[in-house]
Write a protein of this length. Structure first.
Length: 393
């Protein structure tokens, strides 16, 4: 060709291609492999963080049971109702559940998945006949062109039921926690605590393996025979393995000393349990799980936490910082949902005066407000969260 002279001449010596990282010289050898994390989907997190982890289980149960047990009142701008259809519906939402079971399921799903779905079954009047908590892992949101949900699909057993949200009655109340990177679904505390859950489960698995193999420390038996002979015969090797399995392995042989014959030398390898400090690692992971859920570690029986002066202070902080904000948010959403269905301007609120953990604070508040002579009766009632009354009544 005309432009062949522009081509480079073929090298006389073949170039050996070397594929290696520029940082390969500074990488330490002997790594045990990549870190293995559990999947972050809802089903896996529920299994590893709730069903298989005592700290996560207790954290979810503690919050859900405490929030579900809070006393509720129904009131409007003028009065509190001792009896009201909305109160009756919450106290017995369906034939299989009472208020405690119903709200505990809702709060539990909110803690595990970041989402909780309530279904309203139409009744004879405008108020729903029944309320049900639907499983969060089976529900999927269908967004419209503007991004707002137009329907919810509930998938179970290969079948899908669609709840239409474009009609006048909203059949689904979607409760969700804040998620900075998702427009439709909430972020659960279990997702934030997933790394700590994996560490805690791994430490528990290591402890169980240590118990199962308590008398088999990490190490090697080195044979040094006469005249430099360094290998055992087949019969000698089988006999040595059998003696180790029978006399030096398993929990029943824990602490039993090894008796080595001539020519055998024990070389310990790896770290001892005290060096690895698995117990401290496990307690640190448990503390991180408690922090993710907003529970003082003292309430979960985790040692080494002295943030609060006593158990009573920790319990009060638990209600003030975790349970009450969660319950206030959920009951506000539920009240708005039911009001949209009934058209009656009432709301469900937590009765702070009936919470034993806050009794001391409420007594002090009532004393301060009651002793303020510069406040009217209506202003005092407003400060205490009571329905307003007309001046002069």
């Amino acid at each position: 060709m005309v432009f062949d002279f522009l081509r480079r001449a073929e090298p006389t010596v073949p170039v050996v291609e070397k594929k290696a990282s520029a940082t390969g010289r500074v990488v330490a050898w002997g790594s045990s492999g990549r870190v293995k994390w559990s999947p972050r989907d809802t089903g896996s997190l529920t299994r590893t963080g709730f069903l298989a982890n005592p700290v996560g289980f207790r954290a979810v149960k503690l919050i859900a049971e405490a929030a579900a047990a809070l006393p509720l009142v129904c009131q409007d701008a003028e009065r509190r109702y001792d009896t009201h259809p909305m109160l009756a519906l919450i106290n017995r939402p369906n034939g299989a559940q009472g208020r405690a079971e119903f709200l505990e399921a809702a709060y539990g799903y909110l803690m595990l998945t970041g989402n909780a779905y309530l279904e309203a079954v139409p009744g004879a009047v405008r108020l729903p006949g029944e309320l049900h908590v639907l499983r969060s892992d089976r529900m999927s949101l269908v967004p419209g062109q503007d991004g707002w949900p137009v329907a919810y699909d509930y998938n179970v057993g290969g079948r899908t039921h669609r709840f239409d949200m474009t009609t006048g009655m909203q059949p689904i109340c979607h409760l969700k926690s804040f998620h900075p990177q998702d427009d439709h679904y909430g972020l659960s505390p279990m997702q934030a605590a997933a790394v700590a859950v994996d560490v805690h489960n791994a430490a528990s698995a290591w402890s169980k393996a240590l118990l199962d193999n308590a008398a088999r420390p990490s190490g090697a038996i080195v044979y040094k025979g006469v005249d430099g002979q360094g290998s055992l015969s087949a019969d000698q090797y089988d006999r040595l393995v059998g003696e180790i399995e029978a006399n030096h392995q398993g929990a029943r042989n824990a602490g039993r000393p090894m008796l080595l014959e001539g020519g055998l030398d024990w070389k310990p390898m790896g770290f001892s349990p005290s060096d690895m400090e698995f117990q401290e690692t496990k307690e640190a992971a448990a503390r991180e799980i408690a922090i993710a859920f907003g529970i003082p570690p003292m309430l979960l029986g985790i040692p080494g936490d002295a943030t609060y002066a006593n158990y009573q202070e920790a319990n009060r902080a638990f209600y003030r910082l975790t349970v009450l904000p969660l319950a206030a948010k959920v009951m506000a959403d539920v009240s708005h949902w039911l009001v949209c269905l009934t058209g009656e301007a009432v709301e469900l609120k937590v009765d702070l005066d009936q919470i034993p953990a806050l009794a001391a604070e409420r007594d002090q508040q009532w004393a301060r407000v009651g002793g303020a002579d510069f406040l009217t009766v209506a202003e005092k009632r407003r400060l205490l969260g009571l329905p307003a009354i007309q001046e002069g009544e």
